[in-house]
Design a protein around this ligand. Structure first.
Ligand code: URA
Length: 303
């Protein structure tokens, strides 16, 4: 366990040196780290224990994790050029099935997935009007092989419900097809997540483009700054606040950029919820989804 903690500390130091200002860590990961650190403290002098990563706790919403400087090949594996995607002629399901086959057999994707874990493609309605685009699979997603099934995914499903839709009505994808790796001793479970690098996202982007082409949604919603950077390009913006809530374009589709659901998990204030909700109201308007007065008033501060 101590080896895992040292590897994690080294990785955090390396990210810091590379200019990364903050790292999103789920409550479950923090709890797991605390247990590990407590175990090390019990068996070693306190000074040897690794630092504990704690999630931000504040009444003022901290700035979302934005505009991280990409680091080169953290996994130490040179990235191949983005793959050409050639799909057979046919209907949406035929092409989507072929794409799933391609991504599951992609040697680069497979090389980045730990034994027993899965490459992840998008999921949902191939006739969806709305396609959500997230960042990368996490611990739950690489086990299930489906995007947004962990805590952030459950919140996304509730957000979709607040829009008067079901998860099965939309399409949900990610920029990345694998969970970005962190140094982890063989046989151990990866603790925590890191944002994908620019070259990792560039590699996976053709798969997302292919999903957009197959589903042909009326519009796209990018969740969080990493997804927005992957779609719009690194260096397009410094902070998510600069571009969220305004329409952009990607692959010929209108693109709304909003916060990642994990931002709301860290900042449960009505103010944070209202910001994301206002972006989703714009999405509903553009997708011609009826909006009730009650929905228009969600998360407004009273009094
Ligand atoms: N966060 C993402 O961006 N994508 C997932 O699939 C899960 C969590």
């Amino acid at each position: 366990m101590r080896t895992a903690l040292i590897a994690l500390t080294d990785e955090l130091r390396r990210l810091k040196t590379a200019g990364v200002k903050s790292v999103a860590v789920s409550d479950e990961s923090v709890a797991a780290l605390r247990r590990v650190v407590a175990g090390c403290k019990a068996s070693r002098p306190a000074a040897a224990a690794a630092p504990v990563v704690t999630p931000a706790k504040s009444s003022v919403p901290p700035a979302p994790v934005v505009a991280l400087k990409p680091v080169a090949s953290p996994a130490g594996k040179p990235m191949s050029p983005p793959p050409p995607i050639v799909l057979p002629p046919g209907g949406k399901q035929v092409r989507w099935d072929a794409l799933l086959e391609l991504v599951r057999n992609d040697p680069t994707c497979r090389a980045h997935v730990r034994p027993g874990k899965l490459v992840v493609l998008g999921v949902g309605n191939l006739e969806a009007k709305i396609m959500f685009v997230g960042e990368a699979p996490g611990a739950d997603e690489e086990v299930k092989g489906e995007p947004f099934v962990g805590p952030a995914g459950q919140l996304l499903t509730r957000m979709i419900g607040a829009m008067g839709l079901k998860r099965e009505d939309v399409y949900i994808g990610n920029i990345m097809n694998w969970r970005p790796e962190m140094p982890t001793p063989p046989g151990a479970q990866q603790i925590g997540n890191r944002p994908p690098t620019e070259e990792e996202m560039r590699y996976c982007l053709p798969y997302l483009r292919a999903q957009i082409e197959i589903v042909a949604p009326a519009l796209l919603v990018a969740l969080g700054s990493t997804a927005a950077q992957g779609l719009l390009g690194f260096g397009t913006f410094k902070a998510l606040g600069e571009i969220r809530g305004r329409w952009r374009e990607f692959a010929g589709k209108p693109l709304m950029v909003t916060y990642h659901p994990s931002y709301i998990l860290r900042n449960q204030s009505n103010r944070s919820k209202r910001m994301i909700w206002e972006d989703l109201l714009k999405v509903m308007e553009r997708a011609a989804i009826p909006i009730s007065d009650k929905q228009r008033g969600f998360f407004l501060e009273r009094g």
